[in-house]
Design a protein around this ligand. Structure first.
Ligand code: ATP
Length: 329
């Protein structure tokens, strides 16, 4: 487990990480989200002892990073995939890390195979593509077979096969009971990968919740139903719109979008009225939409316009508007 207690970082007069208190628990993948400059990398660097907190503490399994005797055996991390001496081969890079941590060289060859770099292992790391550098970074994180993994943008530069590979890798590690903490701006991928989310904006905690609750709280229930018979469709719409808080949109092909009711509720009502349905399902908000709603007021660097002046609300509450349709999990 990773524990942050009042973790705070100030660079000059800029408060970059603001009083973060949370636990990143084992046995699940925790996604770390936030707009550019929100303080994610700085938080990860403080967990890994690469930056000193201005205030507060970051602990790994109850200890500060600096107190870990064999750090790579306690926590594996990839923060900057390109931070490798360009003239050194990937294998030599890993061997140096392994030696410093009492890890046998055969483990280096093992992790190089695991990340698919077996053949490129003896080439200078400076000749690696971004995706290959990422794979080498992940190999370094896996080297000590640690119970805690911290990965900053691990899918950056990876091809679709590599993205799926990372997803499987981190999910398998979490299923083994390890702690996985990873950041990504790829929301669709995060939706498939993470069980739990920590969201920050301008250094402050905006949410610390399960993926399911994050998505559920982002939008009211809504369902989609296809009713082939026009008269039955009209009857169902009448019954639905007679209820408070329910809105129905009918598309050209006769599909109903029912806001304010779950698929189960729409199915029950249709059954009760003797209405035949061809398609019925819940409409889920996408992580991207839920995230955009939550962080809208915490974005510092806005595309095509001035940045918002306000920060996110201090108590973690937020007005979300739902609505966008997503692919669910
Ligand atoms: N060494 C430093 N000195 C001064 N400011 C810094 C330093 N490192 C980071 N910052 C600032 O701290 C803020 C947070 O940066 P950080 O890299 O932690 O954000 P991030 O959430 O990881 O962003 P991104 O998603 O763009 O990677 C930024 O405004 C950045 O400019």
């Amino acid at each position: 487990m990773i524990s942050l207690r009042g973790l705070t970082k100030r660079y000059g007069d800029k408060l970059v990480v603001d009083d973060l208190t949370l636990d990143v628990r084992s046995g699940r993948v925790t996604g770390f989200l936030g707009p550019n400059g929100a303080g994610k990398s700085t938080t990860m660097r403080m967990i890994l002892g690469l930056d000193h907190p201005t205030r507060g503490r970051a602990l790994i399994a109850g200890r500060p990073y600096a107190d870990l005797r064999r750090p790579l055996r306690a926590v594996g991390a990839m923060l900057d995939a390109r931070a490798v001496h360009p003239a050194r081969s990937g294998r030599a890079h890993l061997i140096a890390q392994a030696r410093a941590n009492g890890i046998p060289v055969r483990r280096v060859d093992e992790v190089l195979e695991t990340v698919g770099l077996g053949e490129a292992a003896r080439r200078p790391a400076g000749t690696y593509s971004l995706g290959m550098s990422g794979r080498l970074g992940v190999a370094g994180a896996l080297l000590g077979d640690p119970p805690v993994l911290i990965l900053d943008e691990p899918v950056n530069g990876l091809d679709p096969d590599g993205v799926r590979w990372i997803r499987r890798l981190v999910r398998d590690r979490a299923a083994e009971g390890r702690t996985v903490f990873l950041s990504s701006h790829l929301m669709s991928e995060m939706q498939l990968t993470a069980d739990h989310l920590v969201v920050i904006g301008r250094g402050r905690l905006l949410d610390d919740t399960s993926m399911a609750d994050f998505l559920a709280s982002a939008s009211p229930a809504s369902a989609r139903a296809s009713v082939p018979d026009p008269e039955e469709r009209a009857a169902l719409v009448r019954r639905l719109t007679a209820c408070d808080g329910v809105g129905v949109e009918t598309s050209a092909d006769g599909t109903l979008l029912v806001e304010g009711r779950t698929a189960a509720e729409v199915g029950d009502l249709a059954h009760h009225c003797g209405v035949r349905l061809h398609g019925l399902g819940d409409v889920r908000v996408s992580l991207e939409q839920a995230y955009m709603d939550l962080t809208a007021r915490s974005v510092e660097y806005v595309t095509g316009g001035p940045a918002a002046e306000t920060t996110g609300p201090p108590d973690g509450t937020h007005g979300r508007s739902g609505g966008a349709e997503g692919d669910g999990r």
